[in-house]
Design a protein around this ligand. Structure first.
Ligand code: SAM
Ligand code: SF4
Length: 372
């Protein structure tokens, strides 16, 4: 419970409100490290409460106590479908209203992830601006990477091309980035190229990154000349090692030579496409990451994203042997940071993105429930 306080003690702002969330910060200067409880309403209707307790470096630097005063409240799904509303944010008990409240819901989404089981729910509604759209057009994959949490979510469902085109024309007024492939494998959809063309020929053609995210093993099944013309500009390939045995030990079913042929072939056929590599770092391939970077460099790779292997917590109180083995693949404390230092010292920081386990676990916990 927030103790009653004079209004003058509170300070707070709504920074942003789009169709998925309202965010900002709030604190009380007479209790600089305490967090305050906020109530979010649409007119008279209460949507929920949230605590302004998220750490923000800018708040710490601005002298707002310990800096743990940010908030982020996820809006109910209905706002995606009607893209309007005026939301107020007040301190619970004290009824202090934040500056910028009430905030108008903007027809904008920073990031939306869609998969075949949920796709049809989003096809009809008002047009929106997207920061990044990530769409799984198939809900399955041809590989069985040992660490992959989405194996458990696979199904035969696919997005229909007609429904996808309807979504593009109705719901997307602008997209900054568009990724085909997110939690499953887009190349398993036989009409992949038609989906890329549909994006490239619509208002949804992204102003920045137009990405295909894939394991690369089925690319030869698709028409590279048509991919070249679709406007795709980024090929994200997940590749943990360029040693076939090490690769096979983590990305079960991978064929290194085929992936490499597919990548070099597609890059040659589509000069407008730049390569980006995703590398999951485990105990098995930790010592082989530099070789992947050296190979990527020969292909003029624009970026390398290193993802520290994570393993979502399971409710199982007694871990199975399989789970114990997987946990054994995870890096020890400090190893990811050491690898980061080593890579930056050798190659410079420019082309690297590092996503540590904590970050990925939070990301997965956020989007996994939305995929089913
Ligand atoms: C789920 S995959 C889907 C796209 C495509 N099938 C692929 O592998 O690139 C997306 C990315 O997540 C990575 N990934 C999967 N499981 C992971 C885990 N447990 N920890 C870290 N990254 C993981 C994959 O290697 C890939 O780079
Ligand atoms: S290729 Fe991608 S989707 Fe398939 S199992 Fe591996 S990480 Fe998961």
């Amino acid at each position: 419970m927030t103790a009653q306080a004079p209004h003058a003690a509170f300070e707070g702002f709504v920074d942003d409100c789009d169709c998925t969330r309202i965010a900002g910060w709030c604190w009380r200067s007479d209790q600089p490290d305490a967090s305050v409880e906020l109530v979010i309403r649409d007119g008279e209707r209460e949507l929920g409460c949230t605590r302004a307790d998220k750490f923000r470096r800018d708040l710490l630097l601005a002298g707002k106590g310990n800096g743990k005063h940010g908030f982020h409240f996820d809006l109910p799904e209905e706002y995606l479908l009607r893209a309007e509303g005026r939301l107020s944010v007040r301190v619970a008990d004290a009824e202090f209203e934040l500056v910028g409240s009430p905030a108008t819901v903007r027809p904008l989404i920073q990031e939306l992830i869609l998969s075949p089981p949920v796709f049809s729910r989003y096809v009809d509604g008002p047009p929106l601006d997207f920061g990044t759209l990530r769409v799984d057009i198939a809900n399955t994959c041809n590989l069985f990477c040992v660490y992959c949490p989405t194996i458990a979510l696979r199904s035969k469902e696919r997005v229909e091309l007609a429904s996808f085109e309807r979504f593009l024309s109705q719901r997307v007024s602008h997209a900054q980035n568009f990724a085909v492939g997110c939690g499953q494998e887009p190349t398993t959809h036989p009409e992949l190229v038609s989906f890329l063309e549909a994006i490239g020929n619509s208002k949804a053609k992204p102003s920045e990154m137009f990405m295909l995210v894939t394991n690369g093993t089925l690319l030869h099944k698709h028409d590279w000349a048509r991919i070249a013309k679709s406007g795709l500009n980024a090929l994200y390939i997940s590749l943990d090692s360029v040693d076939p045995e090490v690769l096979g030990g983590v990305r079960t079913g991978s064929k290194l030579a085929l992936i490499q042929e597919n990548v070099t072939g597609l890059l040659a056929a589509a000069p407008g496409v730049r390569l980006h590599l995703n590398i999951v770092v485990t105990n098995r391939n930790r010592g082989y990451v530099e070789d992947v970077i050296a190979w990527g460099t020969t292909q003029h790779a624009a970026s390398f994203t290193l993802r520290e292997m994570y393993f979502p917590p399971t409710p199982n109180p007694k871990p199975t042997i399989e789970e114990q083995e997987l946990r054994g693949l995870m890096l020890e404390e400090g190893q990811f940071a050491a690898l980061r230092e080593r890579l930056i010292a050798k190659w410079g920081p420019e082309r690297f993105v590092f996503a540590d386990r904590l970050h990925l676990e939070q990301e997965y916990a956020y989007w996994a429930p939305k995929l089913v």
